[in-house]
Design a binder for this molecule. Structure first.
Ligand code: ZN
Length: 171
């Protein structure tokens, strides 16, 4: 079931009423995530259940899936990277509360009754992104060995010319 997602969420009230949100958000509005992506294509699908756990802690549980395009740090080509993030967020209203949160939860610091939903989703995606995006083994045009030993020194243009040389040799 998909519905029109609200731009802003009252997390505390949603937890009290047991609201569930499902739907899709565009990546193009996520300004902190975008610089880490190759382009803004794709979206994030979320299924989030707000509620209280058995200890009466307000929680947000569920899953965020996204299809993002990253730039491979070895060959500098874009590649599709499917993400699937399991969420278990404990709602807190201060840093002190965050310290007391059970270890099963990541703190979700709520400072307003109107939290931008996209920012919550964006935070989860940011945490799940690889620090050094790379093609899967066997899918990268640059051989692993040469790239790993030289990656730190190589400029993007050097990689490109290296690629071109390899291609012309292969012909
Ligand atoms: Zn690559």
């Amino acid at each position: 079931m998909s519905e029109r997602l609200p731009l802003f969420v009252d997390v505390v009230r949603y937890a009290e009423t047991g609201r569930r949100l499902t739907g899709e958000l565009p990546l193009s509005g996520m300004t902190r995530l975008l610089p880490l992506l190759h382009d803004a294509s794709g979206g994030a699908w979320l299924d989030l259940q707000f509620g209280k756990d058995e200890m009466k802690v307000a929680v947000v549980r569920g899953e965020i899936r996204a299809q993002v395009r990253l730039q491979c740090q070895r060959c500098l080509q874009p590649f599709d990277y499917p993400m699937r993030v399991k969420c278990a967020l404990g709602v807190v209203t201060s840093e002190a509360e965050a310290d007391k949160l059970p270890a099963d939860y990541e703190p979700l610091l709520v400072t307003s009754q109107n939290m931008p939903l996209a920012a919550i989703v964006e935070d989860e995606l940011l945490l799940a992104l690889p620090a050094a995006p790379l093609h899967k083994e066997g899918e990268c045009p640059v051989p692993v060995q040469s790239a790993d030993t030289q990656a730190a020194k190589i400029s993007p243009f050097a990689v490109l010319s290296q690629l071109k040389t390899k291609r012309s040799k292969a012909r």
